[in-house]
Design a protein around this ligand. Structure first.
Ligand SMILES: *Cc1c(COP(=O)(O)O)cnc(C)c1O
Length: 361
């Protein structure tokens, strides 16, 4: 059985080493006589799995001691609501940096809980770049500033973060988490749905500073929707997504064993450069976003017409390249090249792109 190059934006490719190890442990996890899927989350063996996952993530990212790590369910989407519910609770207003569909959805949910100020937006250019962080209209009284770092749908990424002073910066890193080093202390909270760059769907990783957890302590909200009970119970207030956390843990170990996040950034830059250099040199393809906002994870482009885009996707089938279609809201083409996509996959794609160009220009 041959594995193919899967350019999906998510759920996306996972490292082969991780999948193989999980397969070997499927029926009998290290002499337990059962799969991790069948294991009580209250067992010693499982406690060790989640503790190790957290310790490895802390080591990999360099998470300071005054931040908690949570593994929750509900996807990134649940955080669109949980963030304002828990944190828009002091002055009941927050600043949002609008960079596309994901921040639009986050703002829609936040409006139920307070005043949403759009501190900056790139809607006027259809999100072909990220808003300029130097010219944001920030309110020093805001409960937090919210942003989405890598905009999966358009293929844009912030190259710097805004200086928000004392106001906590909250960042959706779903599609770039662990693709490069993170300076955690710049943020009040970071979160990421696992299924883009880290693991299977069903796990959301949250890194949250102690003082923000504090805000959620006495709120009249259902238990699952408050951060504090999850923190007090080490992500085990209720049954956590046990198998997903186990796979994420293996990915953290894989990243540590392959040189950590500095090395990962180098590899991701090298992969993306192959694609962008080719797009820049070609008069047939057009990159979809502005140069200084380019994502290393999601590379978006177009051929001269919608018909040729469709023909491109059809032709990709013969090489078993999958999921190269752009998001339904933007059209065009998109190659998602997360951590687990080997450089050979990117080279093979560019080879096909050249072949297609020669045939159709
Ligand atoms: C995919 C994605 C989401 C939504 O994630 P779900 O897990 O489906 O809720 C939110 N933000 C970003 C940046 C994403 O890429």
């Amino acid at each position: 059985m041959a594995r193919i190059y899967n350019f999906s934006a998510g759920p996306a490719m996972l490292p082969e080493e991780v999948l193989k190890e999980a397969a070997e442990e499927m029926l009998d996890y290290r002499g337990c006589g059962m799969s991790v899927m069948e294991m009580s989350h209250r067992s010693k063996v499982y406690q060790q799995i989640i503790d190790e996952a957290e310790a490895d993530l802390r080591k990999l990212v360099g998470i300071p001691d005054n931040y908690r790590v949570l593994f929750l369910q509900g996807g990134a989407t649940l955080q669109f609501g949980m963030i304002p519910m828990n944190l828009m609770t002091v002055n009941k207003k927050a600043d949002y940096i609008h960079s596309g569909v994901w921040t639009k959805k986050a703002m829609q949910d936040a409006k139920f809980f307070g005043q949403v100020n759009v501190a900056g937006s790139s809607e006027d250019v259809q999100f072909r770049r990220v808003p300029d962080v130097k010219s944001l209209k920030l309110d020093p009284e805001a409960d937090y500033v919210y942003m989405c770092d890598n905009n999966t749908i358009y293929g844009t990424k912030f190259k710097e973060y805004p200086d928000t002073g004392k106001v906590p910066l909250i960042c959706d890193m779903s599609s770039c988490f662990l693709s490069e080093p993170i300076d955690v202390k710049k943020f009040g909270m970071i979160y990421a749905g696992a299924q883009k760059n880290v693991g299977p769907a069903g796990v959301t990783i949250i890194i949250i500073r102690d003082d923000l957890v504090e805000r959620s302590k006495e709120l009249p909200l259902p238990v699952y929707l408050r951060y504090a009970p999850h923190v007090e119970n080490g992500s085990m207030y209720n049954t956590p997504p046990t198998y997903g956390i186990y796979i994420c843990g293996k990915v953290f170990k894989w990243l540590l064993a392959t040189g950590g996040l500095e090395k990962r950034k180098e590899l991701n830059e090298a992969k993306a450069k192959i694609l962008y250099d080719y797009l820049d040199s070609s008069s047939f393809y057009r990159p979809s976003v502005e140069k200084d906002s380019r994502s290393l994870m999601n590379v978006t482009f177009r051929t001269p017409s919608d018909e040729l885009d469709a023909a491109f996707l059809e032709g990709a089938k013969k090489y078993k390249f999958t999921n190269l279609k752009g998001h339904r809201s933007t059209g065009g083409l998109r190659a998602s090249i997360y951590n687990a996509m080997p450089i050979e996959g990117v080279k093979a794609l560019v080879k096909y792109m050249k072949e297609f160009e020669d045939e159709h220009k």
